[in-house]
Ligand binder design. Structure first.
Ligand SMILES: N[C@@H](CCC(=O)N[C@@H](CS)C(=O)NCC(=O)O)C(=O)O
Length: 250
């Protein structure tokens, strides 16, 4: 945690990337953090974040009572500890363990497919992340674009997908999507009738896979699972009622 200017009594400030690519936020982790705050019922305001200003060098991060804190999972822990809420209230230890396992699948595998699809498929990069650099001075714009692309390419390779073909990546994702579809079944939320923390993570990643802004093989695979589509639409309507989400199940 990094101490910053104190602001006692103020609502939490959530720093995110902002709405982009047909999503309430370009980052699944920012969607997750915002849904966690909504689930907790803790007042917050939003502000434009910059990864290099966050304590982890990434978005999302929050500022609460003068303290800056990064990483969606630590943000959740902070909210729960500080405001006396438990986003998994009512779950058994086994359900909590299953929730954590599902979150890891979403963040450690499927998220990297989102990154792969946006950055390593040239048409998607051109209409997507390449635009992040539009406000960089022209003299260094292309150099910076290529240097960040190189860094992300190395990350995607280290995380796994960067070593596989498009079809192999989609097949591996399909196994996870099939598992998620089975675990969700016909329940409204992953752990039953009530939204819990895992749903914040699932909404961020599934919506990011499903946005029609990017044409990807993985998106086509998600479209095979009607319950995952209906789930994403339902949670989007509940947690981002003012956002013009293009329903996936339509
Ligand atoms: N483990 C972090 C992951 C956050 C993350 O990967 N944020 C990305 C955007 S989706 C980011 O800020 N990337 C910039 C960078 O790593 O330089 C969390 O849960 O918040």
């Amino acid at each position: 945690m990094t101490a910053t200017q104190s602001s006692p009594g103020q609502p939490i400030t959530l720093y995110t990337g902002g709405a982009l690519f047909g999503l309430p936020d370009a980052s699944p982790f920012c969607i997750k953090a915002e849904v966690q705050l909504k689930m907790a019922g803790v007042p917050y305001v939003k502000a434009q974040g910059m990864p290099d200003q966050g304590p982890k060098g990434q978005i999302p991060y929050i500022e609460d009572d003068g303290t800056r804190l990064g990483d969606s999972t630590f943000i959740r822990a902070h909210i729960e500890a500080t405001y006396g809420v438990d986003l998994d209230a009512g779950l058994t230890p086994r359900q909590r363990a299953l929730s954590w396992t599902i979150e890891r699948l979403l963040e450690n595998q499927l998220y990297w497919t989102v990154v792969y699809s946006r950055w390593l498929i040239p048409e998607n990069f051109a209409k997507g992340p390449a635009q992040f650099f539009n406000r960089v001075p022209e003299a260094v714009r292309e150099q910076m674009r290529q240097s960040v692309l190189e860094r992300v390419t190395n990350n995607v390779r280290a995380a796994g997908p960067g070593r596989h073909s498009d079809a192999e990546i989609a097949d591996l994702c399909d196994r996870s999507l099939s598992a998620l579809s089975l675990l969700l079944g016909d329940q409204p939320y992953f752990m039953g009738d009530k939204a819990t923390a895992v749903d914040a993570t699932a909404l961020g990643v599934l919506a990011s896979l499903l946005t029609p802004y990017f044409d990807t093989e993985v998106r086509r695979r998600v479209l095979k699972y009607p319950n995952l589509l209906a789930y994403t639409d339902r949670l989007m309507a509940r947690f981002f009622p003012d956002f013009a989400w293009v329903p996936a199940a339509a």
